[in-house]
Structures are given as C-alpha cells and as structure tokens.
Design a protein. Structure first.
Length: 95
C-alpha cells in the first residue's frame, strides 16, 4: 500500500472512532450517601455538555433524576494537536 493509501486508511479510522465516541458513556457508581447513581462523561470534540443531561434522562427513564455532582475536566494538551474542548462529568441519581 502506498503512503497516501495508509494516510487515507488512518484518516477513515479516526473518523469512525470519532463517530462512535459521540455517545456519552455512563457507569453505575456509589453516590456517597448510601445510594447508587450514574457517572456520565460528555463534552470534548464530538459531543456537548447537553449530552450528559440527555444520557441521565435516558438512564432514569420516566423517573427523572437529581444531579449529585458536576465536574469540568480540562483536556490534556499535546504539542501535536491543539485541543480546546474540555469534558464535563456529572453524577446523576434517579428519583
């Protein structure tokens, strides 16, 4: 494969990976008050902070949710890639 073929393959792989990372991941965690809730991370280059709240609503369905904790996460900086997009993390407890 030629050098331009490899570059095209790498670029396509990165686009596919970016498309898959759009959904905000959720992890079931202890909330610190004896209950359980969802830790949801969102933001960054391919999603927005609103995705956190959408995911919390999805995880809790029609019960609603309460935000237990919110955190802004600064992105690591690289000399090869400028990343201004930070992430946002919430812990949501279903009502």
């Amino acid at each position: 494969m030629t050098k331009s073929g490899w570059m095209t393959c790498i670029a396509a792989s990165m686009l596919l990976l970016g498309a898959c990372s759009h959904a905000a991941p959720a992890q079931y965690v202890d909330t610190g008050d004896g209950g359980r809730g969802w830790r949801i991370t969102c933001g960054g280059m391919f999603s927005s902070t609103g995705d956190c709240y959408d995911k919390a609503a999805y995880q809790c369905m029609n019960r609603g949710y309460t935000i237990v904790r919110e955190t802004d996460i600064s992105p690591p900086q690289s000399p090869y890639f400028w990343n201004e997009a930070g992430a946002h993390e919430i812990v949501a407890k279903c009502n």
